[in-house]
Design a protein around this ligand. Structure first.
Ligand code: NI
Length: 365
């Protein structure tokens, strides 16, 4: 979630199944790579001032079943299981499911706006925030990345929505699991190259990064959903699967005014039962035919190579904007594929009219 020579954050995210008291849990782990020591919440924040700010913010949070910060044992910051920053610099203090509210309410996040955090952050806290907003390598390495060469492509990008994929070789870039800390950077790359893309967002990430979500929509990209929290739909009951899909559609609609028409099932795992719930939620299921394995290699060069090697006319490429290495691969992918004569469109443009529930993994060849 954050990375710099002063601060790195890892968030472990889990779900504990136990019937009615099933709960979502998370743990944020901060450390200082320069000294290889852990950073605690009390090292990042002024405890007294933060506790006051949390209590104040909690009074404005209404409509959450059973929510009472008093359940944090008089130590709101100390009891928190997550301390993080949103893409706009707000301080996020999180609690596990069942911890400070009814289990049905899920995890609770208290957000303190960026301007109100100045008096709360210690020097280490400011470094932690900077490491979230502008992540850099935790290791001080000499800059080896070459300056990007200007694109020599002669293919003029088509204006959004005016592409005829029967005449030109259309392909679609898709990005899963975001939005996240690198999504804004990705938007910059896409804007510069005038390439529309399709984002399959997780509801919980949309909730954490509302401004970035709006920026994706405003950038002319297509937004599909990837469920609320990335659980394997084939292992859920029909009602649970529907809720996973519907809740993510709902939050995208609330934030952007757009109703997602496309679902990417997590892990690409689907079956007839999932198809029925997708149909009910009025979304088509979108898989892919080019897996760059970017999430596995975490290697920009290999990601570019995989994309250039496997892409054919009509391809849907799978990438993940939660990895800086994947985002860094995007300019190279665009340049390389344009040289091969491909035109980038959204998944919706590539497929034309889609039927809710049906599975698609590429456009017509
Ligand atoms: Ni995913």
């Amino acid at each position: 979630m954050a990375s710099s020579p002063q601060a790195v954050e890892i968030v472990a995210d889990g779900y504990e199944f136990s019937g009615a008291t099933s709960r979502e849990r998370w743990r944020s782990i901060w450390f200082d790579p320069s000294s290889d020591t852990p950073l605690t919440a009390t090292g990042l924040l002024d405890v007294t001032a933060t506790d006051q700010a949390l209590a104040q913010a909690a009074t404005t949070m209404t409509g959450i079943p059973g929510f009472d910060l008093g359940q944090a044992e008089g130590d709101p910051l100390g009891a928190a299981t997550l301390v993080a920053f949103s893409g706009d610099g707000a301080l996020l203090v999180g609690y596990d499911g069942c911890q400070v509210a009814a289990c049905s309410a899920g995890r609770i996040t208290i957000s303190i706006p960026a301007q109100a955090t100045e008096t709360l952050l210690t020097a280490a806290g400011r470094a932690a925030r900077d490491a979230t907003l502008a992540p850099v390598s935790p290791v001080a390495i000499p800059t080896t990345s070459p300056t990007p060469t200007p694109s020599t492509s002669t293919v003029t990008p088509q204006p959004d929505g005016k592409v005829n994929c029967r005449k030109v070789k259309c392909i679609a870039l898709s990005f899963d699991d975001g939005p996240g800390p690198y999504t804004s950077k990705l938007l910059t790359h896409l804007k510069k190259a005038k390439v529309p893309a399709t984002f399959f967002m997780l509801g919980q990430q949309v909730e954490t990064y509302p401004k970035v979500t709006r920026a994706v929509a405003a950038g002319g990209h297509e937004i599909g959903v990837h469920t609320w929290d990335h659980r394997m739909l084939t292992r859920l009951t029909d009602a649970q699967a529907y809720r996973e899909i519907h809740s993510s559609i709902k939050i995208v609609k609330q934030l952007t005014g757009r109703i997602p028409k496309l679902l990417r099932p997590p892990y690409g795992e689907t079956n007839q039962a999932v198809a029925a719930q997708a149909k009910k939620a009025k979304v088509a299921q979108i898989l892919w035919d080019v897996d760059t394995l970017d999430w596995k290699t975490r290697d920009t060069k290999k990601t570019v190579e995989a994309a250039l090697k496997q892409t054919r006319r009509g391809s849907i490429l799978l990438l993940h904007d939660i990895h800086s290495t994947s985002v860094a691969a995007v300019p190279g992918i665009i340049e390389g594929l344009r040289k091969k004569g491909y035109t980038f469109v959204t998944v919706g443009q590539l497929l034309g009219k889609t039927k809710p529930g049906l599975v698609y993994s590429h456009g017509s060849r």
